[in-house]
Design a protein around this ligand. Structure first.
Ligand SMILES: Nc1ncnc2c1ncn2[C@@H]1O[C@H](COP(=O)(O)OP(=O)(O)OP(=O)(O)O)[C@@H](O)[C@H]1O
Ligand SMILES: [Mg+2]
Length: 258
């Protein structure tokens, strides 16, 4: 058994965004400074997370909004640096993160394909060789020379997905984005992902859709307030997660009535 991803005691802390407040003239004279100093609050987006993903495995991550899923994926593909902990990744990673990440708005689709290809580790000649396949799969032949800011959400997703699968990564990381495609394109993406699985590649999926997770994943992880709450079979993890959600919503209903 080889590991595609191994994470040990991984944490990521952000500074919470806080606007600076100007003092009144009187306050400034008393304190000698124009700005009020605020203690910078921290957000622990990922806290002491440890897990491994085997090569060839499809692994799911679920959790509520703000649980730290996207932050964890960004740490895995090197977009963010960990505050502490260790990450080992074995193979070339391509990531489809939240839409917009990775595209330069003013540049054309064509230039973005080249730039993304370079970032994913391809040589310019390799990108040229795959360029037509990328554009054809994305069905963006008529738009490839237009700047990306003119693209719809679905068009961005098509281009991002097409680049990611056509660079033939060893590990494909997908953060929810499939939901924005139309039915025909989603089918195409799912077919590519199945092919990817059968070729023994590693897939990491973040999804809010429990049915997708149980259908696709061999194992899953539930992330809650940045921490691992459960790792196991998708059905066990989904059950634990849904039980907690049901508990939370009935508590909210009781509070609303009270
Ligand atoms: N760059 C940043 N600066 C400050 N805080 C951040 C930053 N990125 C994320 N956070 C915070 O980290 C926490 C986790 O965010 P993250 O985007 O990882 O959640 P998520 O599980 O992907 O949520 P969702 O299901 O909504 O996509 C949130 O509290 C968020 O506000
Ligand atoms: Mg997210």
């Amino acid at each position: 058994m080889t590991l595609a991803i191994h994470v040990e005691h991984l944490s990521k802390t952000f500074k919470r965004y806080q606007p600076r407040r100007y003092r009144t003239l009187k306050e400034s004279l008393i304190n000698g400074e124009m700005f009020e100093r605020r203690l910078s609050e921290q957000v622990e987006a990922v806290r002491d997370v440890s897990f491994s993903v085997e090569t060839g495995e499809t692994f799911g991550i679920i959790g509520r909004n703000g649980a730290g899923k996207s932050t964890l994926l960004k740490l895995l593909c090197g977009i963010l640096k960990p505050t502490s902990g260790r990450i080992a990744v074995n193979g070339r990673v391509a990531a489809l993160l939240s839409l917009g990440v990775g595209f330069h708005e003013q540049m054309s689709g064509r230039d973005n394909v080249f730039l993304n290809g370079l970032v994913l580790g391809l040589a310019p000649r390799e990108i040229r060789a795959r360029f037509d396949d990328i554009v054809t799969f994305a069905e963006l032949e008529d738009f490839i020379d237009a700047p990306v800011w003119t693209y719809s959400t679905g068009m961005r997703m098509r281009l991002a997905f097409s680049v990611a699968v056509n660079v033939d990564p060893d590990i494909l990381i997908i953060d929810e984005v499939l939901a924005v495609g139309d039915v025909a394109f989603t089918e195409k993406c799912l077919a590519r992902m199945r092919e990817f699985q059968t070729r023994g590649k590693t897939l990491l999926l973040v999804t809010h859709d429990i049915a997708t997770m149980t259908a696709w994943c061999r194992r899953a992880l539930w992330l809650d307030h940045g921490q691992v709450r459960a790792i196991g079979t998708p059905s066990d993890v989904a059950q634990a997660y849904l039980n907690e959600l049901a508990g939370a919503s009935s508590a909210a209903a009781i509070n609303a009535v009270a």
